[in-house]
Design a protein. Sequence first.
Length: 258
Amino acid sequence: MEKNLAILERYKKRKISAEEAIRLLYDQQILEIEDFAHIDLDRKQRCGIPEVILAENKDDEQIVKITRELVEEKGYAILTRVSEGQHKKIKKLNYPTRWEKQARVLVVTKEEHEPCKTGGKVGIITAGTADIPVAEEARVVAEEQGCEVLTGYDVGVAGIHRLVHVIEEFLKNKIDVYIVVAGREGALPTLVAGLVEGPVLGLPTSGGYGVGGEGRAAICSMLQSCSPLAVVNIDGGFVAGVVASKIANKIAEARNSK
């Protein structure tokens, strides 16, 4: 922001042309890394969440370079779908890291830090244990956005009595947004959406096999829900975490302004 203001001040004093000011402002927003990456540095201010790096299917050397450049420029980098091998190579950069193995999320910072708490509250529920890795990806992303996250795992409809305590606990803690994660027939988000006041995000996972396997039945079931809810893509833990945290943070902002 300070660099952008300095550029505009130079333009105001007629030290640079409008064309030069536009070029310099653009250069401030984009971090070019050789010929394989153009990082959007302005996304946090524009969209409320920084550009997050998807490590999956990227060359290890590219990931290391992107991480180093981004940390030096912005002070932190968030990477999703990180492999064990990529994690080990990034650790050699000797920055402070937060490694969430099950979620496959890596947060790298220039200095030790804790996300600034917003007051937003996100509740994450899974139908089964197999759904936890996707749920954990959503959890880490929401926490990095400043939200408090409560979880209730393995409480699906095959043993519906398990859900009662979790719902009671979440209602007591006044959760702002719910992420409900399920594979197979994907019934749990519909049930939860019929029990709680806050918005529910259905997060289908690729668990399940046979007809409708790999998450197809789950996502179709959630899209056909008779209880109103929103649905993200199969295994879309990152997207669910982003959307839920944005909603929760806006609710917290309104709550705090009263």
